[in-house]
Write a protein that binds this ligand. Structure first.
Ligand code: CA
Length: 366
């Protein structure tokens, strides 16, 4: 089997929107007619990753066997390491890896989770991940959280998304919002607080103590992601589980985070490694007794790829992330994943299990 063509393109979320918010997809075609689909992180429309695929990675992959994906992509990571490895390059490689796993599944007629060794579970609970709460009024935070409860999430994460250049902007206000959300959902309901790198070390410890009192489940990315030692210091100072890793792009960098003291890591399948990479991360985390709760905010391909890995993970200790209940790329697929009674059901079709609506994809392709 040989790769004959690789298409790297953006997909519009709605037919007439601006190009700043598009998904970044890749499609790999082979000489026996099977194709696979993948996705890169859509930061800035994913243009940097798509450009790297088009100019640097695709030319090296034409004529190669997609079943050699780990050898091919690890070679390209090392060949093109000076283009990255942070972000743009690893996102590009992740998209290609997911597409090659999709091909492998279609060739064998098996869902990816079977190829990973089987599923511990095929119905996955999720947590509602709610962004933008730093700028909302307390009443608006409560209104948005209440609206998302109707999806029957197993937990809720409130993300603050404050500007990263303004640390500790409003600690009393942030704590007040956390307290109000706790009151709204009741004492038994699992909650998480995502600082989105918004605090200093001291500020984070202060917020973390409040979250411990409020019975929060975890405290995510309290300090800047590049301050790995500080992340570990906060994690070691607090009783609440501190998590990080969605902005970690190599297995070695994830090991540094664990060494620093972080006990829950959150690598993202469309930002680093794809399916192959996330499986390696799960092994690393498991070997250290650290929780792996993957970050995942893309509603279609990323979400589906992530579910296959989580289904095959021995210890999936927390629900999967579900960022966005919008139907922004649903039209591009005939069977978009939707939760039923609070659970995502993993499809048993070959590969990712997603069926492309070709006419709609053609319309939304950029
Ligand atoms: Ca986060």
């Amino acid at each position: 089997m040989k790769i004959t063509r690789i298409d790297a393109f953006q997909v519009r979320w709605t037919p007439d929107e601006k190009p700043t918010q598009h998904s970044a997809f890749v499609r790999i075609h082979t000489d026996d007619g099977i194709d696979g689909i993948g996705e890169a992180s859509p930061m800035q429309g994913g243009l940097a990753s798509l450009g790297i695929i088009h100019h640097d990675l695709a030319p090296a992959l034409i004529g190669k066997d997609p079943l050699d994906h780990a050898v091919l992509l690890d070679t390209l990571l090392h060949t093109c390491v000076k283009l990255g490895p942070e972000g743009a390059l690893t996102g590009a490689l992740a998209a290609l890896d997911i597409a090659m796993w999709d091909i492998k599944g279609k060739l064998t007629g098996l869902p990816i989770y079977k190829l990973l060794g089987g599923a511990w579970r095929t119905k996955l609970p999720f947590y509602a991940s709610i962004g933008g709460n730093g700028d909302r009024s307390l009443d608006d935070v409560l209104r948005v959280v209440e609206a998302r409860m109707k999806d029957q999430p197993a937990a809720i994460k409130i993300r603050f998304d404050n500007p990263r250049t303004l640390l500790d902007r409003d600690i009393p206000g942030d704590i007040a919002k956390a307290r109000a959300v706790r009151k709204l959902v009741g004492n038994g309901f699992p909650l998480a607080f995502d600082a989105n790198n918004g605090f200093t070390t001291g500020g984070a410890i202060r917020v973390g103590r409040a979250l411990e009192e409020l019975g929060f489940w975890w405290f995510e990315e309290p300090v800047q992601h590049y301050h790995v030692k500080a992340m570990g210091e906060v994690a070691r100072a607090l009783d609440i589980t501190v998590s990080a890793g969605e902005q970690t792009y190599t297995l070695a960098a994830l090991a540094d985070l664990i060494d620093a003291g972080v006990r829950m890591v959150q690598p993202d399948i469309v930002k680093m490694g794809g399916i192959t990479g996330l499986v390696r991360c799960a092994a690393l985390a498991h070997a250290h007794g650290v929780e792996l709760v993957s970050h995942q905010t893309q509603p279609m391909i990323g979400h589906m790829a992530n579910m296959h890995v989580v289904a095959a993970q021995l210890q999936a200790s927390k629900p999967i992330e579900w960022n966005d209940p919008s139907t922004r790329t649903h039209a591009v697929f005939e069977n978009p994943p939707k939760p039923v009674d609070g659970l995502f059901h993993l499809p048993d079709g070959p590969g990712l299990g997603l069926r492309v609506n070709e006419a709609e994809l053609e319309k939304r392709k950029v």
